[in-house]
Design a protein. Sequence first.
Length: 269
Amino acid sequence: MKIGLGTYCFRWSIGHKDRVPEKPMTAMDVLDFGISEGCAVVQYADNLPLDKLSIEEIDALAEKARQHNVILELGTQSFDAEQVRVYLDIAKRINAPILRIALDGEDAATSIEDLAAAFRPLLATAREIGCKIAIENHFNYPSQRMVTLLEAVNDDCLGVCLDVANSICAKEWPEETIKLLAPFTINLHLKDYDIIPDFYGAGFTISGRPLGQGRTDIGFVFDALKDQLSDMSLIVEHWLPYEGSPKEVYDREIEWTRENLRVARNSIS
């Protein structure tokens, strides 16, 4: 198994919506951090889109990754065939083995037949360049619908990027999601969370925690994936709340990411 990090580890340092730092973290900054932490892989998600970089910047990123034996993976948000083609071109350029696509509510409104038909020609291209497409279970795309889509396409170049917590938003408990999607999983997003009751008993809040300090059952995840675990990459992420000053938040992102990498490595060993 190859252990690394995704750019959502640095949601706030990169900048998200109206919270943008004076000097946002760059794609090269993320790679440098991954190298310094001994990561085998760095996954660039839609919060740091590589299609916004120049060809020269992409080539420089790929060259530095090659020099340090780091694998680069790609990610984009929601299904857009033209966007996927752009990212497959980038995948070919940087030799990325995984292109992750996070399907969400708008994609759930598209028929399985239409999505499957749109995926098939893209998978032919992906196969030619040695890249697999991994669909991530995102907040509003039910896991059973993902399984139906995967079975309709029936192509070993299309699999799942399994996020162990996202589908709580789709009214699924993580164990249910993991059981459903494990047979199709080719990429893993590992994070932790807690469910915190309100002080007055008026409901509860789901909040991110450093890996190993919340409710994610890492042993359950690894056991469900035991047949394919050795062949996939494990990408650590986290849901760090924005609390305190910007500097405190940015420093905490580094702390949580380092802790998540440590726990992931210890759990594997």
